[in-house]
Design a protein around this ligand. Structure first.
Ligand SMILES: Cc1cc2nc3c(=O)[nH]c(=O)nc-3n(C[C@H](O)[C@H](O)[C@H](O)COP(=O)(O)O)c2cc1C
Length: 178
């Protein structure tokens, strides 16, 4: 089972990337590929840029990565209550190749932030809009106060309640394949 996981952000030490990778590691025998959105950096999308450049190969590469996945795990970083510019840009370019960006791939949507809100606002927005992009969201979970609940050295979720909730969310994703 091929799992693509990424943090919807371009931070080098992204806490969402850490969370997405950890969630993927809970799937037994998964072939996990963790994407870094920095590898898909393109000019800021506009229709004028599109007319000038056409469809960048990096947008096609991102779309093709999703095509290869049996399951997707995305953890959303929140910037001012919304998507990071890095994710939104990759998404906008990719949506011009095919609006159904998620290609009906079973997905787990997560979010986290250092604060108590856990980036729940952007997560709700991502979950709510997923059907427009043929997103098959099996479960979603926001992890608040990342640094209180996740040990970045050991790369594990240390809060037992949240660990249980994450395991349950991951099972909803993997039940699809049993
Ligand atoms: C411009 C900016 C805006 C932010 N806005 C929010 C916000 O609205 N809600 C929130 O929970 N955290 C916010 N944060 C803090 C991020 O949650 C924090 O930087 C986090 O590490 C981002 O996730 P990442 O490490 O995966 O990129 C903001 C950070 C920046 C730089």
């Amino acid at each position: 089972m091929k799992v693509i996981a990424f943090g919807a952000t371009s931070s080098r030490e992204s806490i969402n990337k850490q969370l997405a990778r950890y969630a993927a590691s809970l799937i037994p025998d998964a072939d996990i590929e963790v994407l870094d959105l920095n590898e898909f950096e393109m000019p800021i999308f506009s229709q004028d840029k599109e007319a000038e450049l056409g469809q960048p190969v990096l947008a096609q590469n991102f779309f093709d990565k999703i095509t290869t996945a049996d399951a997707l795990i995305i953890s959303f970083a929140e910037h001012n209550g919304s998507y990071t510019a890095a994710y939104k840009n990759v998404f906008d370019w990719t949506s011009r190749i095919e609006q159904k960006v998620f290609q009906n791939t079973p997905m787990l949507m997560l979010s986290t932030s250092p604060g108590p809100g856990g980036a729940a606002t952007v997560l709700a927005s991502a979950v709510g809009s997923a059907p427009y992009f043929l997103g098959d969201v099996k479960a979603s979970l926001s992890i608040p106060s990342f640094f209180d609940n996740f040990d970045s050295e050991q790369q594990i979720l240390t809060n037992p309640e949240l660990a249980k909730e994450l395991l349950s969310a991951v099972s909803k994703l993997t039940n699809e394949f049993i």
